[in-house]
Design a protein around this ligand. Sequence first.
Ligand code: ADP
Length: 353
Amino acid sequence: MPVGYVQIPVGIVGPLLLDGVEYSVPMATTEGCLVASTNRGCKAINLSGGASSVLLKDAMTRAPVVRFPSARRAALVMFYLQDPANFERLSLMFNKSSRFARLQSIKCTIAGRNLYLRFSCSTGDAMGMNMVSKGVQNVLDFIKSEFPDMDVIGISGNYCSDKKASAVNWIEGRGKHVVCEAVIKGEIVEKVLKTSVEALVELNMLKNLAGSAMAGSLGGFNAHASNIVSALFIATGQDPAQNVESSHCITMLLADGDDLHISVTMPCIEVGTVGGGTQLASQSACLNLLGVKGSKKEAPGSNAQQLARIVAGTVLAGELSLMSAIAAGQLVKSHMKYNRSSRDIGPSSQVNR
Ligand code: ADP
């Protein structure tokens, strides 16, 4: 029952120089300071020669929970599923419902007589939740024919884990696992970011590492990755609820001679460039701006992977700028300046004026 749209302002940051390519990155947010700050981070990265990224893993997951009459029986099925000799057979079952879904692994765990099966698969340019769920259903049907005493309790048993913070995602990854890094020149830290390498390294250690450890954080070893992830997700038609695990990030700052080495490691970036909200007009336009809309026939999956790298690159810029603002004691001042606008630039307000 769609009734209309809720408008969210979109700003553009950049250019972000990432892996030798300049990107203008759209961010949908009501927090004005966020766009200005991320833009400053992009500037510092550009003036230092750019950032580079590496993609470590690309696999969406779904984990059903199934029950057996006994723990012993559940373990038997677990050993069957984990036996490398059975993998080809299981992947044939899994892969048959999509041209793009390709089973990579099945990780199992047991609670009493209940078995959790965490299926991981590549999904081309789709974020992949529907695709992976279809593959899982195929395998469950097959297991049921081999082990008729299995009861499927739920196609999702939360060991996936979708839209919830969890150690399994943080350790194993979900979606795209990306590391992005840059070396920021010492003079740029001083001129553009108005702080020093030493102050940034100390703040990172005490805030993002020790402070988050004291807070018992799970994947939150960063300053504000979720700010950037949410804004980019909304602009490009991703599922904003997946911001939970997509924002898992550890930010590292280290002195590199007189310069600063900064990196963000993000194990769960869940993005797609086909399907879902990516088809809508405004969201399509934002994906087009980044040059990653849809899929490349010759390299399926490459657009979604590129989008994940851009998310990490923009998070890098956001982390750099916010950490600098905190180190220089400018956080409150900048928010008073940029976040107090009551101006509405949407079309309906222009009609009313
Ligand atoms: P999701 O699995 O992310 O929820 P959909 O269910 O919409 O998304 O699946 C994506 C759809 O797009 C599938 O029907 C798939 O066959 C189609 N498709 C077309 N091109 C691609 C591609 N390059 N990668 C993945 N899916 C694609």
